[in-house]
Unconditional design. Structure first.
Length: 127
């Protein structure tokens, strides 16, 4: 059986590295991107099963990137979990309304919380 592929999109190389290491240790195949444009290019080459997406990134931010994923028939069904420092209600509603995110996690977060959300979302989208 193929490993579940998760794309991590964050402009912080430290966060990407930490998440990649932890997710790989849990048996996931990990793809990474440091900005929205790179994320779009990565998904056109190889489709992930789930996307972890930061909101605040230079250039193409997470909301714009997520909106493009949802507008593209090839990527519209990939669940997105926003992982961001933007925790105000209006930020969360914008992500839900504009992107249709499956979950929204505010930084700093506990890794076990993120792993639970990942498992929940993957279970929901596979059933």
């Amino acid at each position: 059986m193929a490993k579940t592929k998760i794309l991590i999109v964050d402009d912080s190389a430290d966060i990407v590295e930490m998440l990649a290491k932890r997710l790989k240790s849990q048996g996931y195949e990990v793809m990474t991107a440091l900005n929205g444009q790179e994320a779009l290019e990565t998904t056109s080459a190889e489709k992930p099963d789930l996307i972890l997406l930061d909101v605040m990134m230079p250039g193409l931010d997470g909301i714009s990137t997520g909106s493009r994923f949802k507008a593209d028939p090839a990527t519209k069904d990939i669940p997105i979990i926003m992982v961001t420092a933007k925790g105000e209600r209006e930020d969360i509603m914008k992500a839900i309304d504009n992107v249709g995110v499956a979950e929204y996690i505010v930084k700093p977060f506990r890794i076990d919380q993120l792993l639970e959300k990942i498992n929940f979302v993957l279970t929901q989208y596979r059933s």
